[in-house]
Write a protein that binds this ligand. Structure first.
Ligand SMILES: *[C@@H]1O[C@H](CO)[C@@H](O)[C@H](O)[C@H]1NC(C)=O
Ligand SMILES: *[C@@H]1O[C@H](CO)[C@@H](O)[C@H](O)[C@H]1NC(C)=O
Ligand SMILES: *[C@@H]1O[C@H](CO)[C@@H](O)[C@H](O)[C@H]1NC(C)=O
Ligand SMILES: *[C@@H]1O[C@H](CO)[C@@H](O)[C@H](O)[C@H]1NC(C)=O
Ligand SMILES: *[C@@H]1O[C@H](CO)[C@@H](O)[C@H](O)[C@H]1NC(C)=O
Length: 268
């Protein structure tokens, strides 16, 4: 009986402490995001007021969705199209239960943190589209095994799509259109439509053009140029030769046959 009571008390304390720590960390998370982000329109400045401190007060902030409106535990951050700028927001590792992050259609820049999966291991949705993010797409994203949406289109990502993305078996929505990517498209992404990959000059392989075909094309074009150049060269050579032979036939005095040819041309 005493043991049971002690167990219940322990359970109660545990749940309270986890609740409180959870909230405290989530508050820290949003505070550091607010501090690290440039917010020219003051969207977060006006709405994210931390002086309230009542139960679930975070859940009324612009772009913040909680697991439960009574509890400061962030489920998703939907910060699309708020005119935000600066680097990838800091402190997200403190939003321990975050499931969805949308930073689309802002003007964020710089790289995605290379340890993003450690910051947000349970994300199922990551939308960074229509910003100015750059650098390589971190292979560490492949550690985010719950991802089913990954939108990276309309940025300035360069390098290759990490081949480890083959591990993202739950992906249903994926786009890297309109970036600066190169190389081959990982096998697991080949069933997606080509529109999710267009606008990258150097990206190849199904569903885009075959890489070897593309290389052959490039060689073909180069050969074409050489051919063009050599035919121009031949034409110029012919004209110069003709003019020289016409006006200075004595240069060819030693070649009787050529001389006959020049005389013939003379007559024409
Ligand atoms: C936050 O809210 C308190 C009242 O709850 C108010 O006095 C304070 O000015 C607000 N701060 C900002 C930055 O709006
Ligand atoms: C891209 O973001 C800008 C704001 O930064 C917005 O005006 C524009 O509509 C967005 N475009 C798309 C295709 O979402
Ligand atoms: C986005 O930020 C870059 C610099 O980081 C700036 O050059 C560009 O004009 C900005 N674009 C918009 C639409 O604000
Ligand atoms: C996945 O995470 C582990 C542990 O943080 C790391 O060592 C590994 O490099 C990551 N995988 C990739 C493909 O980055
Ligand atoms: C692509 O789709 C086909 C049939 O729709 C399926 O058999 C194949 O396993 C898929 N491949 C990948 C890599 O998902």
């Amino acid at each position: 009986m005493a043991g049971d009571a002690k167990f219940l008390l322990w359970l109660l304390l545990l749940s309270i402490s986890s609740l409180c720590f959870g909230s405290e960390l989530d508050i820290q998370c949003l505070k550091s995001i607010q501090q690290s982000v440039i917010d020219p329109r003051g969207e977060l400045k006006s709405s994210w007021n931390f002086s309230d401190g009542t139960r679930g007060f975070l859940c009324t902030f612009t772009g913040v969705r909680c697991w439960n409106p009574e509890e400061n535990r962030v489920l998703s951050l939907l910060l699309g199209n708020l005119g935000l700028e600066g680097p990838f927001p800091q402190g997200l590792q403190n939003c321990e239960s975050i499931n969805s992050l949308d930073l689309s259609s802002n003007n964020f820049s710089g790289p995605i943190p290379p340890d993003i999966s450690q910051q947000m291991p349970y994300l199922s949705s990551l939308d960074l589209s229509n910003n100015s993010f750059s650098g390589e797409i971190p292979s560490d994203i492949s550690n985010m095994t719950y991802l089913n949406l990954l939108n990276l289109q309309h940025n300035q990502f360069s390098g290759q799509i990490p081949e480890q993305f083959d591990l993202l078996t739950r992906l249903t929505t994926f786009s890297v259109a309109d970036n600066l990517l190169s190389g081959t498209i990982p096998y697991a992404l080949r069933n997606l439509s080509a529109s999710n990959f267009v606008g990258n000059k150097e990206l190849c392989g199904s569903p885009l053009d075959d890489c070897s075909r593309r290389r052959r094309w490039r060689i073909h074009i180069r050969m074409h140029r050489i051919n063009d150049l050599s035919s121009i060269g031949a034409a110029v050579g012919f004209v110069v030769g003709f003019v020289v032979a016409f006006y200075f036939p004595h240069c060819f005095i030693f070649s009787e046959r050529l001389r006959a040819y020049v005389v013939l041309l003379h007559l024409l």
